[in-house]
Design a protein around this ligand. Structure first.
Ligand SMILES: [Zn+2]
Length: 97
């Protein structure tokens, strides 16, 4: 349910113009921006998808965008940390030979 942004009367969710006063309604940011943790998990599992969602949803779904971006960022940081550790271990191992 939505309300006319001028007179406050109840209007249809999809209404473009308020039926009572004829004032154009702002299209609500609306589209189910739940900011679900699932977007974070998806971004974590598939960082490329997370980054794409972060960019695509940046304006339209700020909460979900942030979750997806955070998931991707954590996955990338984790991958970098693992690689650094592997390189350090490899260097230590090589130096002991
Ligand atoms: Zn109105």
């Amino acid at each position: 349910m939505a309300y006319c942004r001028k007179c406050g009367s109840v209007i249809d969710d999809e209404a473009v113009v308020g039926p009572h006063c004829g004032v154009e309604q702002r299209i609500r940011p609306a589209v189910n921006d739940d900011g679900s943790i699932l977007w974070g998990i998806l971004g974590f599992l598939i960082p490329l998808v997370g980054l794409i969602l972060w960019i695509v949803w940046y304006d339209s779904k700020p909460k979900s965008s942030k979750m997806a971006g955070m998931g991707a960022l954590i996955a990338i940081l984790l991958a970098v940390v693992i690689w650094v550790l592997l390189i350090v271990f490899a260097a230590v191992f090589a130096s002991t030979q």
